[in-house]
Design a protein around this ligand. Sequence first.
Ligand SMILES: [Zn+2]
Length: 122
Amino acid sequence: MRGSGFGTKGVDRTEPRTLSMKDWIEECFDRFGRSKEYPEDVVKFRCPVCGTVQTKEDFVPFFDKEIELLGVFGLSCIGRWSEEKGCDYAGGGLFKLNPVSVVLENGRIVDVFEFAEAEKEV
Ligand SMILES: [Zn+2]
């Protein structure tokens, strides 16, 4: 695949892009399947800094409330909570490296991680 840009560690060098919430959800289900009701239950994200693939399941042990989990999932790396994998990158911090801008229905924009390739399941 010419120009796909995978480095030796398998980290995507993804071009920044912007899409609507509706399209983002659609792409999410297209990539990861429609087996579950919510996109956050199927999505796999890749941290733009360390390349770690992370799912909602990875975050569940660290959060009592789902609403808090969803406030960081796909925005900040699992490594901020887990000592076993990831890095300490926080998407809401000073360095904004999240490549995908999702435009919400109210016009607000949330920058999130790029999807991990579905076939690269670990
Ligand atoms: Zn990371």
